[in-house]
Ligand binder design. Structure first.
Ligand code: BGC
Length: 699
């Protein structure tokens, strides 16, 4: 298998930390071309009985596409998910272990697409080790509101950032020979009664906010798309011709496998005619009804053949019919995967506030009292995305290794103990999971605990482990420092300890806004009157309720676009994150004063590390039209770069802004449009910290 040994060599090259850019300069090419795969699929179709075809268009044994050894069609195993391999002990031939990576939102917080590539490459290699042909990841739904139980699985609120992470993620998985699946298509931005929610979202918001990350994944070569549980504008996505054939296939140009989310369709005939290829997990509608529908003439064999052909073509193109699916030689790569997991935590943890208490050097004196929720238990998200990991490093272990006898763990500290400590590390957080949305505010007792600590000790460092934003408003001012640690993965607590101690300089930036109050959110009000958030996955089933609408009234004003337009000051703006050094970003200049519609512009700025420690700053470029013909956000992220600088070092950084950086979706023409106008480039280190501005006239 020369191709894969070459890929392994590339992997080593990547892990050595050399830039990965050249790899993606060329589009991904499937091992077998589309046309050749199509030809082989047609040949197989001719040999298949109707029975075999009907058995292929739905899964079996929950996570498999059925195989037909007599035809040379292998059985294919699919596994979740974005942050590593979810091992399912009840299924056959599972790996003994898999690496738990920091949650995808932490990956987005690194603002480092090359790291996303390496993260995904590592996950893809673990798939190869475990015989996983299809990875059910990445999830790219946009963070519309903080309560969504699945935000930890996604890449934040901004379509540009999410796209840059998603495309490198997809490419990383593809380059290992594993077939990635982008999910959940479309507008699946809540888990609250997810099977009966109807996202009412206009076309412009779809195009500008909810679709770009899917489009980026498609352009990067993603080979499967999973539809969602919800309706979009009254259409169940998994059985919708407008959603699957018109939007996903015809408009976005997706040509490979489409599958349902697990147990998400209702109407088998509609599903068969929609452009959908595969019902998962497989024990439901198509298995029970496809034959009857065929015999009754409600669907025809051409519809079934289309589905079968798409499944076969995709799998053949990826080489899945041509090589052994399991390659245990990849097990030797696990230490490298763990190193990527650690590096992601180092770069993804966000220092939101620091009054000087951090770094808390191990050489200092006085005791450090550690308390709170995730001291002995690793914080993690649940549901299909959960990854157990191995060789777990708890906060207790990581801090003991770093601070030795100075650190003192007290589960219920008294007022005196809190006061007496030289510093307090207080862990708070949420357990987020699919099927549940959770309140923005922490439970009352947890909230009271943090308040008590920050009041008792002015050197209290709050560590937040959550998959999304939580309410920090009442203790934010009094906390000496706030560190957003997300779900760290198996070894991320070591990165956290390094950051607390100053051995690693934090460089993560929020991939979403954290509001002061839940009512400030653009998503506020999505819960119908009289309905309530339910705790736990075994909350009330959807069956006894009717479909409820979620009106995306805010249109394109999601995240910082909303807070800025509405003049609502968030607690922490999108793109925020501190370092132990300081940076200046100044002197923005455009490569040209005037350009024609359709032309690109380069913007350069000068970045200096003005502090005493080496560090990385993520410079962000937001675009703003000065006289738009319709409502436009005041800022839209269109370029960013993570710049690493030694103390005192200065560098010019140039950003390329292609013509589409200025475009919006014109709801009348129903197309992307660039309006001739003056466009400002607002350059800074967070969406609310713009330090350099320049502009260009587009004529
Ligand atoms: C989730 C999907 C997941 C599938 C299989 C569903 O509940 O929504 O994201 O891939 O289960 O585990």
């Amino acid at each position: 298998m020369p191709r894969f040994s070459l890929l392994r060599a590339i992997g080593l090259f990547l892990f050595s930390g050399v830039a990965v850019a050249p790899l993606c300069a060329t589009p991904f090419r499937t091992p077998v071309s589309y046309d050749e795969a199509d030809r082989r699929a047609s040949a197989l179709l001719e040999r298949m009985t109707t029975e075999q075809k009907l058995a292929l268009i739905h899964g079996h044994n929950a996570f498999f596409i059925r195989g037909f050894p007599e035809l040379g069609i292998p059985e294919l195993y699919m596994s979740d998910a974005t942050q590593g391999i979810h091992i399912r002990p009840k299924l056959p031939n599972q790996m003994a272990r898999s690496t738990a990576f920091p949650s995808p939102i932490a990956l987005a917080a690194t603002w480092n697409p090359d790291l996303a590539y390496r993260y995904a490459y590592a996950v893809g290699e673990e798939c190869r080790a475990g015989g996983i042909a299809i990875l059910l990841a990445p999830g790219v739904n946009i963070y519309r509101q903080a309560q969504n139980g699945r935000s930890f699985e996604y890449f934040g609120e901004d379509p540009f950032l999410a796209s840059r992470i998603a495309e490198r993620y997809v490419r990383g998985v593809l380059d290992t020979g594993t077939l990635p699946t982008v999910k959940h298509f479309l507008a699946n931005n809540t888990e609250f009664y997810r099977r009966i929610s109807n996202s009412i979202v206009d076309e412009r918001a779809q195009r500008e906010i909810y679709l770009p990350a899917f489009k980026a994944a498609i352009d990067a070569g993603v080979m499967a798309v999973m539809t969602s549980y919800n309706q979009v504008n009254g259409e169940w996505t998994g059985e919708s011709y407008p959603v699957i054939t018109q939007l996903l296939r015809n408009s976005l140009g997706f040509k490979w496998l489409v599958m349902t989310d697990w147990g998400s369709i209702r109407d088998p005939a509609k599903t068969i005619r929609s452009g959908q290829d595969l019902e998962m997990p497989g024990d439901r509608h198509l298995k029970a009804h496809a034959r009857r529908l065929l015999e009754a003439g409600e669907v025809n064999i051409g519809d079934i053949n289309r589905m079968v052909r798409s499944i076969l073509r995709t799998c053949i193109a990826m080489g899945l019919h041509d090589r052994p699916l399991k390659d245990e030689s990849y097990l030797s790569k696990f230490p490298e995967h763990e190193a990527v997991s650690l590096e992601t935590a180092r770069e993804g943890i966000v220092l939101l506030k620091n009054n000087g208490v951090l770094p808390l050097r191990p050489t200092g004196s006085g005791s450090i009292l550690v308390t709170g929720k995730y001291v002995d238990e690793i914080a993690r998200g649940g549901g299909s995305a959960a990854v157990e990991g191995y060789a777990i490093v708890t906060l207790r272990q990581a801090l003991s290794e770093t601070y030795g006898a100075r650190v003192e763990f007290v589960s219920q500290p008294s007022e005196e103990q809190l006061k007496a400590a030289a510093a307090v590390v207080y862990s708070v957080g949420t357990f987020d999971s699919e099927m549940i949305d959770r309140p923005f505010a922490l439970p009352r007792d947890e909230e009271a605990g943090v308040l008590r600590a920050v009041n008792a000790n002015s050197r209290t460092i709050v560590v937040v482990s959550s998959g999304g934003g939580i309410r920090m408003t009442d203790w934010n001012d009094k906390a000496a420092a706030i560190v957003y640690a997300w779900y760290p993965g198996q070894i991320g607590n070591r990165a956290l300890a390094e950051i607390l101690a100053g051995a690693t300089n934090p460089s993560g930036k929020l991939p979403m806004t954290i509001e002061r109050e839940w009512k400030d959110s653009p998503g506020y009000g999505y819960i119908p009157e009289g309905w309530e958030l339910y705790p736990g996955r075994k909350g009330p089933l959807e069956n006894d309720k009717n479909v409820y609408p979620i009106h995306y009234h805010e249109g394109v004003l999601v995240g910082y676009r909303w807070y800025e337009k509405k003049r609502i000051q968030p607690l922490y703006a999108f793109g925020s994150g501190l370092s132990y050094t300081t940076f200046s970003v100044r002197d923005a200049r455009a490569s040209r004063r005037r350009v024609a519609v359709g032309e690109a512009v380069d913007v350069t700025c000068t970045v200096t590390n003005t502090g005493a420690m080496a560090g990385a700053e993520t410079v962000q470029v937001y675009v703003r039209p000065l006289s738009p013909p319709l409502l436009r956000p005041e800022k839209e992220l269109k370029a960013f770069a993570k710049v690493r600088l030694a103390p005192g070092e200065t560098r010019d950084v140039t950003f390329h802004l292609p013509a589409d950086a200025f475009s919006f979706w014109d709801p009348v023409r129903r197309n992307w449009t660039v309006h001739p106008d003056r466009y400002e480039f607002r350059v800074g280190v967070a969406s609310d910290q713009i330090t350099a501005v320049t502009d260009v006239q587009i004529e």
